[in-house]
Design a protein around this ligand. Structure first.
Ligand code: NAD
Length: 363
């Protein structure tokens, strides 16, 4: 494995707007309409800005691979399958997740603003990216939201107590809007590391932290290659049995309850399918907004007040992403050479000349 220092030296720094132009160009040529190109580019590059390169522009090669075998549908709209009270079952039809989840959330937001709450059971969307993005969409409208997601793709995570991969990285997000401040965004995979972060480590040739991976024999390893080269190992759940229980809940709530698919065997498709159960709550409509906002601020003051003589050090969920965003807006987004080569190759596969993408990246 190359040293972290060497791989960092070779990284490009690309301005967010230029990286968006690259994403838009690739999807415009692939066949997405202008709205879909914007939704995709905004979502992916926002993930990069927030430090989650696993869910940023580096996903494009996987999306183009799905498209090339017709397992990803461009310019799709979510279809309401049933509407009971304020519960919506929505079919994603393998549509591009950045469009499908955006539009499905808009449906839920409208109902929650009217009735105080809504549940959106979204099934069979292509990969919906960074789940915090959907919590932010709800929080921007003043809504608290909870999102359970399962992933139907090649299993990469071993259950607690198991030695082989059986599930994927099933993420959970919670959006908590505040009064006069940016929302609190809880958003994480139920595995020790998101799969895409291990892909980034593999591409950079660097080790992952101890306790993240097991090899094919079930022994601990720090080598990300066990996820990408045979014989395959697995990622461990975070927090031992606790992460596993949440990963299981994602299968039940997002995979099974939505009418979508839970994982139940090897998956050979290229498409990364996500199902998501989202619960949206409007504090002002249910009458708790004043006390919700006041209690929240009092609690935040309490947890962030340092011990006498100590400096403030407690961050809220969402703070690290905001800090990284500010840095990357200023300094550009780091893209390692292997990831950039894969992005360019995806464009070339669609007939875009590599120097066109290099020129867009340079602005
Ligand atoms: P992570 O381990 O980086 O955890 C992120 C969460 O922890 C955020 O809420 C962040 O604000 C909070 N956090 C981090 N440091 C903190 C600190 N010091 N104090 C307080 N809060 C802190 O996230 P991850 O598990 O690597 O997930 C990365 C992304 O991958 C997420 O956006 C997730 O939605 C996405 N994901 C998507 C899929 C999919 O299938 N679509 C699957 C898995 C993961």
């Amino acid at each position: 494995m190359a040293s972290q220092e060497n791989s960092t030296k070779q990284e490009k720094r690309i301005r967010a707007d230029n990286l968006k132009a690259v994403a838009r160009k690739i999807f415009a040529v692939a066949g997405s309409n202008a709205r879909e190109c914007d939704l995709l580019a905004d979502h992916l590059i926002e993930a990069n800005l927030k430090g989650h390169d696993s869910h940023g522009i580096g996903m494009i090669p996987a999306y183009i691979a799905s498209l090339s075998v017709r397992e990803l549908v461009l310019n799709a709209t979510p279809e309401i399958i049933s509407e009971t009270g304020t519960t919506l079952v929505v079919e994603g039809g393998s549509g591009l997740g950045q469009t499908i989840a955006h539009d499905a959330m808009d449906l839920g937001i409208a109902r929650a603003k009217q009735s105080g709450s809504s549940i959106v059971a979204l099934r069979n969307s292509h990969h919906i990216g960074r789940i915090g993005h959907w919590a932010e969409q709800c929080a921007a409208q003043g809504l608290v939201s909870i999102h359970f997601v399962n992933v139907v793709a090649e299993p990469v995570v071993a259950p607690f107590g198991g030695t082989q991969a059986r599930v994927v990285t099933n993420p959970i997000a919670i959006g908590i809007p505040r009064d006069g401040h940016e929302p609190v965004i809880v958003d994480f995979a139920t595995s020790r590391l998101a799969h895409g972060k291990i892909r980034v480590a593999y591409n950079k040739g660097v080790a992952v932290p101890p306790g993240t991976l097991i090899d094919a024999a079930g022994h601990p390893t720090n080598d990300p290659a066990v996820l990408f080269e045979d014989p395959r190992g697995a990622i461990l759940p975070f927090g031992e049995h606790k992460g596993w229980t949440l990963a299981f809940a994602c299968e039940a709530l997002a995979g099974a309850l939505t009418g979508g698919q839970a994982i139940k065997g090897p998956v050979t498709q290229k498409a990364i399918i996500n199902n998501m159960l989202s619960i949206l709550i409007a504090p002002d409509r249910i009458g708790t907004a004043p006390s919700y906002l006041a209690e929240l601020e009092s609690m935040i003051r309490w947890v962030q007040t340092p011990a006498p003589g100590a400096s403030p050090s407690v961050l809220l969920p969402g703070d690290p992403e905001r800090q990284t965003r500010a840095e990357r807006l200023k300094d550009g987004i780091p893209v390692d050479p292997a990831s950039w080569a894969q992005i360019v190759a995806a464009g070339v596969q669609l007939g875009i000349a590599a120097d066109v993408l290099e020129a867009l990246a340079s602005g």
